[in-house]
Write a protein that binds this ligand. Structure first.
Ligand SMILES: [Mg+2]
Length: 190
């Protein structure tokens, strides 16, 4: 089967862009020299539990219906779909069912009918390993922006790639700067 497994935020969608605009409205700004932290409490200089609370609150505002695409994702994901590839999305946005519907609507609006599944209810505080286990018999490409989750893919035998961001430089496996990079490396001659 021509299948690609992908994370959503920081890979398909630019969640951090939208979150940052909203945080500025609340008077919170990204601190200088902190872009190498994945941890938002370090980036915004707020306590950990407050950062988690902000993320949960933000994700239930209805904005998940309107997150913009990340870099060249639309161009290359739709191109891959035209070439017969289908996508499974694994994303951790909490348990709110309306947020899940908005995320699905957002993805379908931007990318069209390219998804076989969009799984939203992964616990952000937990590893994605359990969810990825169902793909362990396959050598699918798995694309992530979070080091731990890319490693989860490695552990279950997926072909993990990290989407390059300042906060994931500690991942030593395969790395791409954008979807064109991934397309050229994995799919251009398939
Ligand atoms: Mg992500």
């Amino acid at each position: 089967m021509k299948k690609i497994i992908t994370d959503c935020d920081g890979v398909l969608l630019d969640w951090a862009f939208a979150f940052n605009i909203w945080m500025r409205e609340q008077g919170h700004f990204v601190l200088p020299e902190t872009e190498h932290h994945f941890d938002l409490s370090k980036r915004y200089g707020i306590p950990k539990d407050e950062a988690v609370e902000k993320v949960h609150y933000f994700n239930q505002l209805g904005v998940l219906g309107f997150i913009p695409a990340y870099k060249d994702s639309v161009e290359y994901v739709t191109r891959l779909a035209r070439e017969g590839w289908r996508f499974d999305v694994i994303t951790a946005i909490g348990q709110d069912k309306y947020s899940h519907e908005l995320r699905r609507a957002n993805l379908l609006h931007l990318f069209g009918d390219v998804f076989d599944s969009i799984q939203c209810n992964v616990d952000f505080m937990k590893s994605k390993k359990d969810v990825l286990m169902k793909y362990k018999e396959h050598n699918y490409v798995w694309i992530e922006d979070r080091t731990e989750c890319a490693k989860d893919g490695d552990e279950v035998g997926l072909k993990s790639y990290i989407m390059d961001h300042p906060y994931n430089k500690d991942y030593s496996g395969r790395r791409v700067n954008n979807w064109k990079d991934l397309y050229d490396r994995e799919f251009a001659n398939v």
